[in-house]
Design a protein around this ligand. Structure first.
Ligand code: ZN
Length: 238
């Protein structure tokens, strides 16, 4: 089985996502890793120690669901692949994962500031509540452990002093969630610079949650957390 003539479309999409993440500065150097679940026991993922902005389709690595490369691969998979595998095991509905280090979203964790604020309607409807996974030493089991419960409930999360993880029904769905997450963080940063974040009011968030069906979405599993006084403005507050 040749490497370049299998799953060509998925290989090209993964390469394009790598380029976009690099150009948009969600990753730098050889950071970040992405994967697509091709079958019950088959993953396509990015090679270790390689710039993901300059990948070629035949450099991607096929592995089984334990992260073991399929025979004939010329590159090693990412050292963070175990985190992807944990997420796939927890979420049978997920077919692709993007892990990057977007500057502004990660900056919020470095500053100890929450991103879980209802400020943009589309973020409330698509990502819902944005949780932070506790700090974990990169490339160890701690990383898988730190995200393992959160991925059962959330499709996008930030990892303390590290990065972001986005889960999707395909690689573009995962990428767009990462893009939305960083856009949300950038908007929050601008609001901080201009004097502070003013969250949406609770009735406004309730109304959004009632109409998510209009966008073909389901009410986020985290709806309750979105309505908490930490995430939105409860009447009477400022
Ligand atoms: Zn990372």
């Amino acid at each position: 089985m040749g490497k370049t003539d299998t799953h060509q479309e998925q290989r090209e999409s993964l390469v394009e996502v790598g380029k976009l993440c690099y150009e948009r500065r969600y990753i730098c150097g050889t950071e970040g890793n992405f994967s697509i679940r091709l079958g019950e026991n088959l993953l396509l993922t990015t090679p270790a120690s390689t710039c993901k902005g300059r990948l070629k389709p035949d450099e991607l690595v096929l592995t089984d669901l334990e992260g073991k490369p399929i025979e004939g691969q010329t590159h090693r998979p990412s050292t963070e692949l175990a985190m992807h595998i944990t997420a796939y095991q927890k979420r049978p509905d997920i077919k692709a994962i993007v892990h990057a280090h977007p500057t502004v979203a990660v900056g919020f964790t470095v500053a100890g500031q929450s991103l879980a604020k209802c400020v943009l309607p589309e973020v409330v409807c698509t990502l819902g509540f944005i949780p932070v996974a506790p700090y974990a030493t990169p490339s160890t089991n701690e990383v898988s452990e730190s995200i393992s419960e959160l991925v059962t409930k959330y499709d996008a999360l930030v990892m303390d002093h590290h990065g972001a993880l986005a889960l999707g029904k395909d690689i573009w769905d995962a990428y767009y969630k990462l893009e939305t997450l960083e856009h949300h963080a950038e908007t929050m940063l601008v609001a901080h610079l201009l004097g502070g974040v003013k969250t949406l009011r609770k009735p406004q968030v309730e109304k959004l949650l009632d109409i998510v069906g209009v966008y073909g979405l389901q009410k986020p599993a985290s709806a309750e957390a979105l309505l908490s006084p930490d995430a939105c403005t409860v009447d009477g507050d400022n």
